[in-house]
Design a protein around this ligand. Structure first.
Ligand code: AMW
Length: 163
């Protein structure tokens, strides 16, 4: 696991985007975990390989192990932090499955009873958020992404779970 100095100095890529270290709350040798620009539920975060890899099959064996071990730990901590009772782990692997950022990422969402009336609506919600984001970018109308300040505040809270 990396120390605070290493994390602050690190640069993270998420497909075409550079991710500010302030939004990253946990990192291992091969993976990192960040808060979400557009979460669909409290605690909806992403775990990614550090290497920019588009598809799940492109991960090495070490990266595959590392990303899932990281997701397991992040999920356990965030479920407890958010007083949830279940977790959704999901990967949209390739554009036809809904992947919009060409960099492997595991969505982790702490789940509570009744958070969605029909459980599987969560997958529609993830896609709807993405469509919303894409429309904002395409139409260049006012974006409603979360502020870096809000995201950094959330990441600071989570960082304390891994020290
Ligand atoms: W995919 O539809 O590719 O399975 O999910 C992309 C996810 O990445 C979405 O949850 C979206 O909110 C999130 N996202 C996109 N850009 C950023 C960013 N710059 N920082 C954090 N999360 C992001």
């Amino acid at each position: 696991m990396e120390g605070e100095g290493d994390r602050a100095a690190a640069q993270y890529k998420f497909g075409p985007y550079m991710i500010e270290a302030g939004g990253v709350f946990h990192a291992t040798a091969l993976s990192y975990a960040m808060v979400n620009l557009r979460p669909v539920l409290p605690g909806h975060v992403l775990v990614c390989p550090k290497r920019e890899v588009k598809r799940f099959a492109d991960l090495s064996s070490d990266e595959t192990c590392d990303i899932w071990l990281t997701a397991k730990e992040v999920g356990a901590q965030l479920e407890q932090y958010h007083k949830a009772s279940s977790l959704t782990f999901t990967i949209q692997d390739g554009p036809e499955s809904g992947q919009t950022v060409p960099h492997v990422h595991i969505h982790i969402l702490p789940r509570k009873k009744g958070d969605f009336e029909n459980n599987d609506e969560i997958y529609n919600a993830i896609d709807a958020k993405e469509k919303e984001m894409k429309e904002k970018l395409d139409l260049d109308i006012e974006r409603k992404d979360r502020s870096m300040e809000e995201m950094a505040h959330e990441a600071t809270e989570y960082r304390g779970l891994f020290s």
